[in-house]
Write a protein that binds this ligand. Structure first.
Ligand SMILES: CC(C)(COP(=O)(O)OP(=O)(O)OC[C@H]1O[C@@H](n2cnc3c(N)ncnc32)[C@H](O)[C@@H]1OP(=O)(O)O)[C@@H](O)C(=O)NCCC(=O)NCCS
Length: 248
């Protein structure tokens, strides 16, 4: 009978878990974690170069300090007394279009086949920002530079990477200031040149960032007192002044 739930990714065959046909026990013995991630996503094991590129991408997303919402969300949630899984979920919910989540939309745009000027025009004319460009802290995002360098070294710097660099130039001309390719933009370009579907975009950031979230949640527990509050000096109420409640 046709079963309701089907997957071609993994299953128990003859009492043993298999991923895309390989016994998990053989994978435990014979491949790296990054190889296994590639296998899950693509269905085949990566070449050495593909493995090295994915490794670099995942490392670039692990942590960027306490500032970004994913990390503060997770630490605040841990501070409130939540267990690991809840604090990690809070951290994951801190990822959005402005932080970590731009890979998907940037890869979608890069994969549309538009010329750079048309791509910029399309986004800017609708009043949006181009995902994968701009950064709160960096004028040049060193992670993006390194990812592109690695892509060149390993042979994954193709048309989508070139398009992203062209978009950066045109955006600079339009805005009269540099809005640099950020880590999301570089990842979007490289995964596009590696043949990944843009809909996997956010997944790459999440796979790496969960590592950072686990470390930060644990540090929050062992290093800080519970119930973190924003310091009173940093909080300002600027609403309606106190007033009398008149009962009618
Ligand atoms: C990351 C980000 C929030 C940083 O913003 P910021 O440095 O605080 O930038 P500001 O909000 O001060 O904007 C400064 C100017 O640059 C423009 N700008 C910034 N990023 C832009 C982008 N990606 N596309 C087009 N214009 C952009 C703004 O429109 C603004 O222009 P204006 O002065 O004419 O109004 C912003 O660049 C952005 O939204 N990028 C797209 C999302 C993204 O890639 N996120 C991943 C970050 S790793």
């Amino acid at each position: 009978m046709d079963k309701k739930w089907k997957t071609s990714i993994a299953g128990i065959i003859d009492g043993e878990a298999h991923i895309h046909g390989y016994k998990v026990t053989d994978l435990i013995d014979g491949v790296t974690f990054t190889d296994a991630i590639w296998l899950e996503l693509k269905g085949e094991l990566p070449t050495e170069k593909e493995q090295a590129m994915l490794d670099s991408i995942l490392i670039s997303t692990i942590d960027n300090g306490l500032g970004p919402p994913s990390i503060t969300n997770a630490r605040n949630s841990a501070s409130a007394g939540n267990p690991m899984q809840a604090a990690i979920a809070a951290g994951v919910l801190g990822v959005g279009e402005a932080h970590g989540g731009a890979i998907e939309e940037c890869a979608r745009l890069l994969q549309m086949g538009l010329a750079a000027d048309k791509l910029v025009e399309k986004v800017i004319s609708s009043g949006e920002r181009i995902p994968g460009f701009g950064h709160k802290v960096y004028s040049t995002d060193p992670r993006a530079t390194q990812i592109f360098a690695k892509a060149k070294e390993l042979g994954f710097y193709g048309e989508h990477c070139e398009l992203a660099v062209e978009v950066e130039k045109i955006l600079e001309e339009k805005k009269a200031k540099k809005i640099p390719i950020n880590v999301d933009g570089a990842i979007a370009a490289v995964i596009s040149d590696m043949g990944f579907d843009y809909r996997l975009g956010k997944g790459f950031f999440l796979i790496g960032r969960v590592v950072g979230l686990v470390a930060h949640v644990f540090e929050e527990w062992v290093r800080e007192k519970p119930f973190r509050r924003i310091a009173d000096e940093e909080i300002e109420y600027d609403g309606v002044p106190p007033r009398l409640l008149k009962k009618t």
